[in-house]
Design a protein. Structure first.
Ligand code: ATP
Ligand code: MG
Length: 426
């Protein structure tokens, strides 16, 4: 039997309901912030990710799905959302009239990783990218968005860790301090970190292998290397987070070590035992130089991405069920083979009038139809036989209370509107 590729999964049944419900909640929240939805291609030129994510990151150096198409183009399945959104922002000149602009996306990402709980090769990210403001208000608002999303979903055990990388000058000073500090310990670091030392020493602090190494504890802290400007920015972010009653901790070990990251970086962790390396639910930060780096104008940005699988695991762990069950309002079946035309015509009218309608396709007997109506959890049942067609009066049965109503065909929609219409309104 053919099976799905390693590290992927199917979304169906309860999982599909959870997924759809999350989309609905996410969109509603994004509307509250006046953030606009953007969908970009699942694959992009490989070069975009090499530039936009960075050669020294694990993502690009080890995890991308790269391929050549039949026209010999180098393409990559997107491993994250930011680079594509930034490319779209530049290519469509969204900076011309729209700034500041908040955007959001939701879709599959691809990384060649060792599959485990909360870590897949195809996984879903919801993310936000906001362009066009240098102000720390924007940093705080973005962090607030992630927090509010968790709050709306009812998730309690999350903690927000923030840090700053400062501006270019501060980070350069810090980089030098890290190089000096790690130099005598180079042989104690993992192979990856030895490479990071040369190319991007900040990422050493981000290493999963070396994180428990004693040397890390005394490594220089960015907060001691910030210039006045950067300190001020960070203080404002904290002040604004306080104003929104958002709990956070300053954690100097959080780095997103790419060259274009500036100022605020943050992660939201789930406080769940056994989550291990998969405990980060969402991560983000300010990237004032990325748009320019990818070939656009100098426009600052700030954003975050959240992994849906980990979010759903965290919700499970807190026994929070976010499924939205949608059932047919009406189930129609025919008393006899020759009523299919009428069943289908009525179902079509009802659907276009706004009612979820399921039908019987197989002219099964009454018993199996009632069974199926129960199984699909239909609210009302309508049976169409010769008599109904002749008199144009239908028997409509409430499938819960078992009450029966005689309803004229012409008045059916009115009747259903009254019975069902209101309860469906959001
Ligand atoms: P990690 O350190 O766990 O590998 P990351 O730093 O690579 O995460 P980001 O690139 O910041 O992750 O992505 C943001 C979020 O996307 C993560 O916090 C996580 O929730 C989710 N995520 C990342 N990689 C995967 C994956 N392979 N499977 C499922 N979710 C993932
Ligand atoms: Mg990773």
């Amino acid at each position: 039997m053919l099976q799905k590729p390693k590290g992927t999964y199917d979304i169906y049944g309860d999982k599909a309901l959870t997924y759809l419900y999350f989309r609905k909640i996410a969109k509603a929240l994004m509307d509250k912030y006046n953030a606009k939805f953007i969908e970009t291609p699942i694959f992009e030129s490989s070069e975009l990710f090499h530039r936009g994510v960075g050669e020294t990151t694990d993502i690009v150096s080890k995890e991308t799905y790269d391929f050549k198409d039949r026209g010999d183009r180098n393409l990559t399945l997107r491993p994250e959302g930011t680079a594509g959104i930034v490319r779209c922002f530049i290519e469509n000149k969204l900076y011309v009239e729209n700034l500041p602009l908040k955007t959001w996306y939701l879709g599959p990402m691809f990384r060649y990783e060792r599959p485990q709980a909360g870590r897949y090769r195809e996984f879903y990210q919801f993310g936000v990218e906001a362009f066009g403001s240098n102000d720390p208000m924007m940093d705080a608002e973005i962090i607030g968005m992630a927090c509010n999303l968790f709050k709306i979903l009812g998730l309690k055990g999350v903690s927000v860790n923030i840090n700053t990388l400062g501006d270019k000058e501060s980070r350069e000073n810090y980089r030098k301090a890290l190089l000096d500090y790690f130099k005598p310990y180079l042989n104690d670091l993992c192979e990856d970190c030895q490479r990071r030392y040369e190319k991007n020493p900040l990422r050493i602090l981000d290493c999963k292998v070396d994180s428990s190494n004693e040397i890390m504890k005394d490594a220089p802290k960015i907060l001691d290397y910030l210039n006045e400007e950067s300190k001020k920015h960070f203080d404002k972010v904290k002040e604004y987070l306080d104003a929104m009653n958002i709990d956070y901790k300053v954690n100097p070990n959080i780095v997103r070590g790419l060259d274009y990251y500036t100022h605020t970086v943050f992660e939201v962790q789930a406080d769940i035992k056994g989550f291990g390396a998969q405990s980060t639910l969402a991560a983000g930060g300010r990237y004032d130089h990325l748009v320019e780096f990818i070939g656009g104008p100098s426009v600052p940005g700030v954003g975050f991405a959240l992994g849906l699988e980990r979010l759903f695991l965290a919700l499970d762990a807190e026994k929070i069920d976010i499924r939205e069950v949608v059932c047919p309002d009406v189930y129609i079946f025919s008393a006899g083979e020759n009523q299919k035309t009428n069943v289908l015509a009525l179902a079509n009218d009802l659907r276009m009038a706004g009612f979820n309608t399921e039908v019987d396709y197989d002219s099964k007997n009454f018993k199996s139809n009632f069974k199926r109506a129960d199984k699909v959890m239909a609210k009302y049942i309508i049976i169409i036989g010769e008599e109904e067609v002749n008199t144009k009066i239908l028997t409509v049965k409430n499938n819960e209370t078992k009450e029966e109503y005689k309803v004229e065909l012409d008045k059916l929609i009115e009747f259903l509107d009254e019975k069902i219409g209101d309860e469906d309104e959001d």
